[in-house]
Ligand binder design. Structure first.
Ligand SMILES: Nc1ncnc2c1ncn2[C@@H]1O[C@H](COP(=O)(O)OP(=O)(O)O)[C@@H](O)[C@H]1O
Ligand SMILES: [Mg+2]
Length: 251
């Protein structure tokens, strides 16, 4: 049996702290409250992958492609050029499409989404995939049991049939202590990264909690990161080391 193939995440400073990178073909969860950097993290993973020859598919849920392209361009990423050259494909699961699907049985919904994703992945020969976020707003009406089952089947079908290294994002409600929206994503994912903001004195710093890395010798730890235009997410070091460098001791 072959060993696990580790690929660079593309996030500066991250691979050293997660045991070398992501395991090829597995699914990783990036969760956090709104504005914590999930979308930038996901795009960073794809844009960097392209420089290594890994094509990418970005599945956009509940957001317009134009908004994403415009935001990314301001940030320093020309997604349009990557799409034109066939390195990147952006697939939208629009609210209308999800609304139409939402009355169907769960299996039908999962099948339909996976078929669309698989065909896009095969069309360009992608090996990296992002679903941002994994649950459409349309499904907020469903109960938690339904959501869990949906996420479970979706992740399993993607791992079995699509075979990309995948990032799914999940938005956690503000001020909740959970690490994922439905409490199931973390069990299914091979790794869990929780993005957050931490108040220190009168400033907020961005934090990244490495919560779980299956099969990697990694202890859960909190790191500080920055968002750097043109580059993406830059992991700086451990939070506790950062705190030591501050001029005033924090109680
Ligand atoms: N050009 C930029 N320079 C620095 N920070 C930026 C830039 N653009 C966006 N950000 C930061 O990124 C945050 C949004 O990140 P995003 O990945 O969209 O979050 P999420 O997907 O978790 O809601 C913004 O709140 C802002 O603080
Ligand atoms: Mg986002």
């Amino acid at each position: 049996m072959r060993g696990l193939e580790i690929i660079p995440s593309g996030i500066e400073g991250l691979d050293q702290v997660i045991g070398g990178g992501f395991i090829r073909g597995r699914t990783y969860l990036v969760s956090g409250e709104t504005g914590t950097g999930k979308t930038l993290f996901s795009l960073n993973f794809l844009v960097y992958g392209i420089t290594l020859g890994d094509k990418g598919v970005y599945v956009l849920v509940d957001e317009s492609v134009e908004d994403l392209m415009r935001g990314a361009k301001d940030f320093g990423w020309d997604l349009e050029a990557l799409v034109d050259r066939g390195f990147l494909s952006i697939l939208t699961l629009s609210q209308e499409a999800m609304e139409k699907l939402s009355t169907k049985p769960l299996d039908t919904i999962v099948r339909s989404i996976v078929v669309d994703i698989k065909s896009e992945v095969e069309k360009i020969g992608a090996s990296r995939l992002v679903i941002d976020p994994v649950i459409s707003l349309v499904f907020q009406e469903k109960d938690v049991v339904w959501m869990r089952e949906f996420i479970r089947r979706l992740i399993m079908s993607i791992e079995n049939e699509v075979k990309c290294t995948t990032i799914i994002t999940s938005e956690i409600p503000t001020n909740s202590n959970s690490i994922s929206r439905f409490g199931v994503e973390e069990f299914l994912a091979s790794g869990v990264l929780v993005l957050g903001l931490q108040r220190i004195g009168d400033e907020y710093i961005r934090t990244l909690l490495v919560r779980k890395m299956r099969w990697r010798p990694v202890k859960p730890s909190i790191y500080v990161f920055e968002i750097v235009p043109g580059k993406g997410i830059v992991v700086k070091g451990r939070l506790r080391e950062y705190i030591k460098t501050l001029p005033i001791p924090i109680a």
